[in-house]
Design a protein around this ligand. Structure first.
Ligand SMILES: [Zn+2]
Length: 126
């Protein structure tokens, strides 16, 4: 990752706050669901007051922090949750990390934005 690190941290913070504000209505605000060709959940986009927020898990386990349990945020599926505001990007070519049972993958912000704009609902990756 290059570019302004503090900028992306700020963006992530805004995204997390906007997502948290949805609370239990989060699933009602889902704009886009991204699945792999085996129908695994890869990533999702939610409609928030800050704009479309991208959410993906970046792995089945944390990064060696086994004794660190953050029950408030992870929803019990394990892994790290990657959250970002889709629209306030430094570059539309920026890569977004994602993960499913097939392994890690990279989605392009540009592609995710295009799917959101097309209101496709569910996208199946090839
Ligand atoms: Zn998969």
């Amino acid at each position: 990752m290059s570019g302004s690190k503090s900028g992306s941290v700020r963006r992530e913070e805004s995204a997390r706050q906007a997502l948290a504000a949805l609370g239990s209505h989060r699933s009602d605000q889902q704009q886009l669901s991204i699945q792999c060709r085996h129908a695994h959940h890869v990533a999702a986009v939610y409609r928030t007051e800050a704009g479309p927020v991208y959410v993906a898990r970046t792995g089945p386990h944390g990064h060696g922090r086994k004794d660190f349990i953050d029950s408030g945020r992870h929803g019990g599926h394990g892994g790290e949750e990657y959250v970002d505001l889709l629209t306030e990007a430094p570059s539309v070519d920026e890569e977004l990390p994602a993960w499913c049972d097939c392994g890690p993958r990279i989605l392009l912000r540009r592609d995710v934005l295009r799917h959101v704009a097309a209101r496709r609902g569910t996208v199946r990756l090839e």
